[in-house]
Design a protein. Structure first.
Length: 211
């Protein structure tokens, strides 16, 4: 079972993507790593995260059941295994968009595979993990805070096109991203993004180790 209790014992952080200034320094990083995600998330994103189950229900109601039946693990909203944080290394990632905002547009799309990377280090006894999508025209970059033993919380921004630096989280609500990281297999994870700003009702980003 999953609950919304659990403290931020560890934090996944991307440089320059947090609510703190992008000055870099150990002092800023140490302060960030001790924060609870609830203190970092915008009110709008706290609402989105609170309504994660509603997003699944709304999205799946629009999708042809045959399109998700081939992967019941990935599209099971209640499946999450303990130890949700992926180990460091290169990954492949792809995005599934479920449902259509205002009923306009396709209700199920799949992107191609892109490169992602997870990195870890120790900072004052805390495990700090970085997550970044490396290529493609839409590149999520952000911070993920530990929540429960089966889920972490992702807060970040969307880097677009030829941009070389991610926008600071909280500066532009249309770029802000909020979701859950869950492990759904031995070497398989997903990032669930309820009610993204554009196009879909729910985004599911699949993560698997790169060959």
């Amino acid at each position: 079972m999953r609950t919304w209790v659990g403290a931020a014992a560890c934090v996944i952080t991307m440089a320059c993507a947090s609510t703190f200034a992008c000055a870099g320094g150990a002092e800023a990083e140490s302060a960030q790593s001790s924060l609870d995600w609830r203190r970092v998330a915008t009110p709008a994103d706290r609402t989105r995260l609170r309504n994660w189950r509603g997003a699944w229900i709304d999205a799946l109601a629009q999708v042809d059941p045959n399109e998700v039946a081939s992967d019941p693990v990935l599209f099971n909203p209640d499946l999450s295994l303990i130890d949700p944080l992926p180990p460091a290394g290169p990954y492949r990632c792809r995005t599934y968009k479920l449902g259509a905002r205002a009923g306009i547009g396709p209700t199920f799309t799949i992107s191609g595979w892109f490169a992602c990377r997870i990195g870890t280090r120790e900072d004052d006894g805390e495990r700090v993990v970085s997550l970044v999508k490396l290529d493609g025209s839409q590149r999520p970059v952000g911070s993920v805070f530990a929540d429960t033993n089966a889920r972490a919380v992702f807060l970040g921004t969307m880097e677009l096109g030829d941009e070389t630096r991610p926008m600071r989280y909280g500066r532009d609500a249309n770029r802000d991203m909020a979701g859950l990281i869950e492990r759904i297999g031995t070497q398989r994870w997903r990032v669930v993004l309820p009610y993204p700003r554009f196009e879909s009702v729910l985004d599911v980003v699949e993560l698997v180790p790169a060959p």
